[in-house]
Design a protein around this ligand. Sequence first.
Ligand code: ADP
Ligand code: MG
Length: 687
Amino acid sequence: MPDQPQKKIQKKPTPAQLLERLGLVKDMDFIVHLPLRYEDQTQIHEIASLAIGEYAQIEATVTQQTLLQHPRKQLHALVRDHSGELLVRLLHFYPSQIKQFAEGSFLRLRGEVRRGFNTALEMVHPKVTQAGTPLAATLTPIYPTTDGLSQPALRKAILEALERGNLIDTLSEKVREHYGLIDFASAVTQLHYPAVEQSSALLNQSHPAWDRIKFDELLAQQLSLTAARARRALLKAPAIASSKKLTHQLTTALSFTLTGAQQRVIAEIDQDLQRTQPMNRLLQGDVGSGKTIVAAFAAVQAIEQGYQVALMAPTELLAEQHQQKLTAWLAPLGIQVDWLSGSLTPAQRRQANERIALGTSQLIVGTQALIQETVQFHQLGLVILDEQHRFGVEQRLELSRKGTLSMAQLGADLLPHQLNMSATPIPRTLALTFYSDLDVSIIDELPPGRTPVQTKLLAADRRLEMMDRVRLAVQEGQQVYWVCPLVEESEALQLQTAVDTYEQMAQELAPLRVGLLHGRMNSAEKNQVMASFRAAELDVLVATTVIEVGVDVPNATIMVIEHAERYGLAQLHQLRGRVGRGHKVSFCILMYQAPLSAVARERLRAMYETTDGFEIAQRDLTIRGPGEFLGVRQSGQMLLRFANLDQDSDLILQAKECAAYLYQHQPEQAAAHVQRWLGAKEEFLRG
Ligand code: ADP
Ligand code: MG
């Protein structure tokens, strides 16, 4: 419907179309279309008892009507009950309303009580109904609606669905009792039509009816994840035995000792690889925690058993850096590391493809070029994705499919093992919900000798001071990143901004050596600039967010971010992670342009207050909600409407446990529950 081009003459949408616009199609959609608030139409208030600001319902007689002409047309009606008097004001009105408010009319009026000008109290445009009709027995729901769909019409549609809908409980009494939940029918009935005294508990969501709805929603999600996990357990992968030789050699050759966390995670991966089910593990570790070497250990294990390994990174810069690092670690062990990116010449690419297809290349590092049609692997047994959240579902699947194809001679439908790495920490609650079909390993320890980065906020008008600070640092032999303002509207403008910033800096900072790095440069240019910066042939690197991931230059100690208020929290954290990689104290300067929006202020405060990636991720979740974290992963998955990842972590744990129980012991109940909440969206029990 929304895809159709707009017609010149717009037809008025039908009620069904309006309902569909609100997402209301099936009975269940209506049943969980919950009120925004409630109105109390259960009693008649006495005028004398009304308080300013209260929403009230009165029955009163019009004692005087006045039609004002100046300063603009208004209808005033003074109304009175046995206790007092109140002014009704209509700022625009129809002739029928003049009649309605004729002197002597007895009316039921509903609206907000306000302080009047001449009279003590007034109502502006109250709702008018016939006096003397029966009063509502419960609170009246006010629903989120759309233009053209009145509250009474929506209310009627929802009430019909409630009456028609099957409200049979999908949870047995035993399960409900165990988790202290009320039954489904009374939960939804109370949410739509609560008794008066329940209104505040419902509005602040402390009412048991809310617990039930949230629990049900979370349970449906957990059940579908449980099903996904069960489906995965049926998949086959080649078992890859522990390495006897190469891991030992690699450990001895390293210039550093692995942290405890790295060792633990390497052992977890080792275990996974030995299984005949494909590993699907998310390796989380803050920026600089040393994930690459963990990937190297996983790769070495697979290579020792004769499997090929592919490592895919989202940007050329990052892939290039991995290629250099991994070659330095693995080539001395006699491992053939290869490279595939968009910047190879056709001849180079053909040769690389040949080596890959023959199996001469054992580890292939690259960008999305790895999933191009022309690439054929030779027993690709392990797939590693760096910064996994930057890849789409399709891209991951494609690499996995290539693995399956490449292992056809080993057995039917073998999947490669998969290791997903991410420096964007996923808050615990999110990991428990949207990611619970993954196994998660966490590197929660930074390599020794790192000094935490000091973060400072600086108003943009102190830019000159900042320049002095930069000169001083360079005199002391340090290097500086200068991130130019983010321009999201257009790539061309972003490029212009980067070039302008660069020219300005080069001029103001002369004779310092200033370089420029931006997304529009080709990879040879990018690599050349990065290499010069790494070799300390440049003092200051003006850059866009291309340096956000992966870049590792330990001698750089200052990260200046201009217009930091334009960046997201995860981005700021990533950028800050580019410094603090050596032994000297590092600084991250967040320059901001006042005035700050409330959200920007929260973000900068979070950056200032903590350097812990998990804490930052949790705050980001609070500030922005889960959408950003899920990124491409959310496609096809439902976002939570009722439960709140930030506040309902207890319920999440309970739902997770309950899902496991139902899946095992009450599969029919589980299927009914998923059907109710996810309907056709879910291929539950597909087998
Ligand atoms: P990230 O987790 O952000 O990908 P990297 O893998 O790039 O981090 O590692 C950051 C830096 O720390 C690299 O220079 C790497 O060689 C180094 N490193 C990794 N592990 C250790 C360790 N245990 N001790 C010292 N340095 C380490
Ligand atoms: Mg990394």
